[in-house]
Design a protein around this ligand. Structure first.
Ligand SMILES: [Zn+2]
Length: 349
């Protein structure tokens, strides 16, 4: 028996209640939470380089309801960015465990881009910019609204997904891109065909980066926990280019909406539950255009599927591989672009 264990044993039976010992994962979770006091005051975004990250183990991040398609999705040109907002028929997608105490629910998803493919991301990777970045903003449900949550140290978290160029268009992202032609003017919005968040963003339970950093507005400073996916989203250069033809509220072309990288100031960038190669900061994007699957379906189950008014609920049971040519033929016939997005979700699941 170790000295520590003996000390614990001695306390027993003397009428004092021993506090329950916390697992190392939960102790680390508390440590991450408390880092905000010393490191939360510095600004985001920052440079991410795997060489300078500190490894840490916490419970796997739990993703709930991200695979459920919303009832409605609206894409809005705010004049600063494109925002995806949605309404679900049931509980909104939310995160639990990982670094989080409590439940963090989905608020919105928005994009950052630049004048050409050499820039666009807010965070840099190994000092280099990526052609764009997607932010998924989450807030702690116990604070009830995002506005209230933004006033708290642990109120909000942002999931970061870098864009990485690939030759083929990303089918799920194309659903958003198609809507952009109708909302080029600032302050306009458009409803789009509902699709699950998981057809656009990859879920990561482990193997991600985390740090604390603020976002300052004119009136105040907000604390945010940043969780950075190691797997970027593959999109084509043509898809990103459509973003550059949106207009801001002055009628100027919105060609660039990312912030400058801020000094780390000795902040800790954590590599949470590392589980794959540590030689590169980012991993390759999941290749959606060759990994499309033919599916058998049964009716009246979990997933909505289709692109017209006669949508039916279906669940995907079996998948088999088919090559890109076949998909193209299929797309021309009955499969819409966004159905391909759902098919990708099945693969990710
Ligand atoms: Zn953002």
């Amino acid at each position: 028996m170790s000295e520590a264990q003996e000390e614990l044993m001695e306390g027993e039976g003397e009428g004092e209640e021993e506090p329950e010992e916390l697992s190392p994962e939960v102790q680390n979770q508390i440590w991450i939470r408390n880092l905000v006091d010393t490191e939360g005051i510095f600004e985001s975004p920052v440079d991410i380089n795997i060489t300078y990250t500190r490894e840490i183990e916490v419970l796997p991040l739990e993703w709930n309801n991200f695979e459920v398609p919303p009832k409605k999705i609206k894409i809005t040109n705010t004049g600063h960015t494109i925002i995806y907002s949605a309404k679900w028929g049931q509980e909104r997608p939310h995160l639990t465990n990982g670094p989080f105490f409590g439940k963090y629910v989905f608020s919105n998803l928005h994009l950052h881009w630049g004048v050409n493919d050499m820039e666009g991301s807010e965070h840099t990777v190994d000092s280099g910019r990526q052609p764009g970045e997607m932010h998924v903003v989450m807030f702690k449900s116990s604070y009830l609204t995002q506005e209230a949550a933004l006033k708290e140290q642990d109120g909000c978290a942002t999931l970061v997904y870098f864009f990485k160029l690939q030759e083929a268009a990303n089918p799920a992202f194309q659903v958003i891109v198609d809507a952009l032609y109708d909302i080029q003017k600032a302050g306009t919005g458009k409803k789009i065909e509902p699709f699950a968040l998981t057809s656009l963003i990859g879920i990561f339970e482990n193997d991600y980066f985390l740090y604390w950093g603020t976002v300052s507005t004119v009136s105040c400073t907000h604390y945010l926990m940043w969780l950075i996916s190691r797997v970027p989203i593959g999109v084509s250069s043509e898809q990103i280019d459509v973003l550059r033809y949106l207009f801001d509220e002055n009628g100027e072309q919105l060609t660039r909406n990312f912030r400058e990288v801020q000094p780390l100031n000795n902040r800790t960038v954590l590599h949470v539950n590392p589980s794959s190669s540590k030689y590169a900061t980012l991993l390759p994007p999941k290749n959606t255009f060759v990994q499309i699957y033919r599916c058998e379906v049964i009716y009246n189950k979990a997933l909505r599927f289709g692109n017209n008014n006669s949508r039916q609920d279906k669940i995907i049971l079996k998948c088999s591989y088919e090559d890109d040519q076949e998909i193209k033929k299929k797309r021309n016939k009955k499969h819409s672009k966004w159905e391909l997005g759902i098919l990708r979700y099945v693969f990710d699941w």
